[in-house]
Each structure stands twice: as structure tokens, then as C-alpha cells.
Write a protein that binds this ligand. Structure first.
Ligand code: PLP
Length: 373
């Protein structure tokens, strides 16, 4: 069996995004022991870089050793106990996964539903909080990758806090791509992914808990149902104060890659990264418009890093994606759930958010559709 050599793609789907050579180089550095003092020093830097990206001073800020879905699960298993009530906002596929997590923890989800493509409606959330006075948390997705809609995280977290509930925020696609201010918005528990706007390979899930969330974890009546994701155990490894103890072997080389990607984000600056994502989105929007293509989400709620394009009547949705991949080596995403077959998802995340990438996908779409801009 020969070694595996993947094709070179332009990754413009819902993640992973293009990984810059500088990050791939970091990944290829020598593996060292996960308790080696040199690695432990790097872990401290990694936590500091994550605090910058999240804009937080939270002590409990780490990358979970698994992809974004594990970050989601970490929040629910640590903060929610059997019998709790959780207000879960569903305006796309990932809100549905939050509901699954709540059920599996043995808690009761109270659903706040909005149409796919719409943001979460804060009025509905407020009504749900009033109707469920003891609710433990409000859970929602900041950037719905399945639809391309952004929700107002600052308002939703303020409402949760006013009603004595924690906020659990999915920032898998927002971190590094659009404004996110964990401390300023009073977010209690947040998780992300390495492979979206951070442009590292998939496999790590940045996570941060506020003092309030950490207090909730400490005050639990029952043990966390997952041994691997139990943060009270994981922190014995990530928090150096009492000397580090073995919990699991961190994915050492992936930690190098995330460290490099966060260093690049810091070099660019958060606000510059957000502005770049917006500018390239606008370039794409204008090009799509010239091709006669429409975006699903209303301008006010559009995510610059995830563009849901309405498939025109009579066009073979899967056929166009296939042509882009086979002829142009460009990956774009399909619709999920009720939007399957109805939209394409063009991600402009992290290193994939650049003008040449926009121009390449517009040119490829024009050819595949037989249209001229
Ligand atoms: C990608 C994504 C996830 C899941 O992350 P994985 O790394 O695929 O496990 C969760 N939520 C949102 C909003 C996402 O875009």
C-alpha cells in the first residue's frame, strides 16, 4: 500500500478551511512528551492565546482534545444535571444537536424555534425564560453554519443572566470570523472548533467557562456522566497550580498547530480578521449577484464566513458541487436538514477568506452554470 497523498483542494465549505503552510509546518515538528516541561510551557501560552481570541480573562480556558462536537458535549455534561430544564434555541441543525445533548444528560429541553435561515428571536427567548423560572441555562448557536445566520449573542446572554440562567454558546464558526466578546457579553460557557475560522486542522475544541459556570460545576450534586469530558478532572492536567497530573495524552502536534494558528490571529489582530472576513464576503456577494444568484439569509443577519446560496430552479445542486470538485478542485458545502438540495454553502473561513479564493469560486460557478457575470 503506497502512502496517502491527498489532492490539493481549495476548501470553501463549512469547514475544514484551508490550512496555511505555516500551520502545517508547525504540525510537523517533533512530537515530545505531553508532560515535558517544554510542552507544559506551550500549553500555558496556548491558554493565553485562547483568552485573547475569546476576549476573556476566564481561568478555565483550554482546547478540549476532540472536535467541536466534544466542546458542545463538554458544556452540557459539566453544567447540566438530571432533572434540570434548559432553554434550547433551534434555528438550524446545530441547535437540534444541543437538544440531543440535553436529553442525554437527563434534563428537559424547552425549545425556542425559529425558521432555518432566521436568527434566534430574543423575544421568544425572554418569553421562555418567564415561563420557566428555574431554567438552568439558555443554549444557542452564535453562527449557524447550517444556514449562514448570525444571532445576537450579546442580547441573548444578557437575557439569560437577568433571569438567573447560565448561557451556553456555540461559537464553532464565529471564533476568529466575526465579533465575539466573551467577557463583554457575559457568556458563561462557550466552545469552538480548530478547523473553521482558525484554519488549523480539525481535532481540537477551544472552550471557556466563566467563574459562574465553574461555580456551577463545583456545586454539582451528581458526578459528571462522562469521565473523559469531566472538567474537574481535565483541569488537573491543564491547570499547573498544583503540578500537572496525567488525565489523557493531549494531541501534542495538534496543540502546536492551534498555537500557530492563534499566533497568526494575534499577529493579524481580531478586528482586522473580522474586517477581512466581511470584505471577502462582500466581494462574493457582489459576484453572486452579478451571476443572478441569491443569498438565503437577510442582509442584517448574514454571516460573512458562511454564505448560503439559493440553488436556482432547474439546476442540479449536487452536480454543480461535483463539477466544482472534479474540474476545479474546489469544495463547497451542501444544504443540511430541510435545506438539503436547496442551498450551497460557501465558506470563507480563516485562511480561505481571501480575494483570490472568492474569484476562483465565482469563476468556477459561472462555468458550471453556463452563466456570465
Ligand atoms: C462544525 C460545527 C460544529 C461541530 O464541530 P465538529 O468539529 O464537526 O465536531 C458544531 N457547531 C457548529 C455551529 C459548527 O459549525
Amino acid at each position: 500500500m503506497p502512502s496517502f497523498h491527498p489532492p490539493r483542494r481549495l476548501l470553501l465549505g463549512p469547514g475544514p478551511s484551508d490550512v496555511p503552510q505555516r500551520i502545517l509546518d508547525a504540525l510537523a515538528r517533533p512530537t515530545i512528551g505531553h508532560l515535558d516541561p517544554a510542552f507544559v510551557g506551550m500549553m500555558d501560552e496556548l491558554k493565553e492565546l485562547l483568552r485573547y481570541a475569546f476576549q476573556t480573562a476566564n481561568t478555565l480556558t483550554i482546547p478540549v482534545s476532540a472536535p467541536g462536537s466534544a466542546g458542545m458535549e463538554t458544556c452540557f455534561v459539566n453544567l447540566i444535571e438530571p432533572g434540570d430544564t434548559v432553554i434550547v434555541c433551534r434555528n438550524g441543525v446545530f441547535g437540534g444537536r444541543m437538544r440531543e445533548n440535553v436529553l442525554r444528560v437527563g434534563a428537559t429541553p424547552v425549545m425556542v424555534e425559529d425558521d432555518f435561515g432566521q436568527p434566534v428571536d430574543p423575544d421568544k427567548v425572554e418569553a421562555a425564560l418567564r415561563a420557566n423560572p428555574g431554567a438552568k441555562a439558555v443554549a444557542f448557536v452564535h453562527a449557524e453554519t447550517s444556514t449562514g445566520a448570525a444571532s445576537d449573542a450579546a442580547t441573548l446572554c444578557r437575557l439569560a443572566r437577568e433571569h438567573g440562567a447560565l448561557s451556553i454558546v456555540d461559537a464553532v464558526t464565529s471564533l476568529g470570523g466575526t465579533e465575539l466578546d466573551v467577557d463583554g457579553w457575559g457568556i458563561d460557557a462557550i466552545y469552538s472548533g480548530s478547523q473553521k475560522c482558525l484554519s488549523a486542522p480539525p481535532g481540537l475544541s477551544p472552550l471557556s467557562f466563566s467563574a459562574r459556570a465553574t461555580g456551577t460545576l463545583k456545586a454539582r450534586k451528581s458526578p459528571v456522566q462522562s469521565w473523559f469530558l469531566d472538567l474537574s478532572l481535565v483541569m488537573g492536567y491543564w491547570d499547573g497550580s498544583g503540578g500537572r497530573s496525567y488525565h489523557h495524552t493531549a494531541p501534542v502536534n495538534m496543540a502546536y498547530a492551534l498555537h500557530e494558528s492563534l499566533t497568526m490571529l494575534k499577529e493579524e489582530g481580531l478586528t482586522a480578521a473580522w474586517a477581512r472576513h466581511r470584505a471577502n464576503h462582500e466581494r462574493l456577494r457582489d459576484g453572486l449577484q452579478a451571476l443572478g444568484l441569491e443569498l438565503l439569509v437577510d442582509e442584517r443577519h448574514r454571516l460573512p464566513q458562511l454564505n448560503a446560496v439559493v440553488v436556482p430552479e432547474g439546476v442540479d445542486e449536487a452536480g454543480v458541487r461535483r463539477t466544482l470538485l472534479d474540474t476545479h478542485s474546489i469544495e463547497i458545502g451542501a444544504g443540511l436538514g430541510p435545506l438539503a438540495g436547496k442551498i450551497w454553502r460557501i465558506g470563507l473561513m480563516g485562511a480561505s477568506s481571501r480575494p483570490e479564493a472568492v474569484d476562483r469560486v465565482l469563476e468556477a460557478l459561472a462555468q458550471a452554470l453556463g452563466r456570465r457575470a
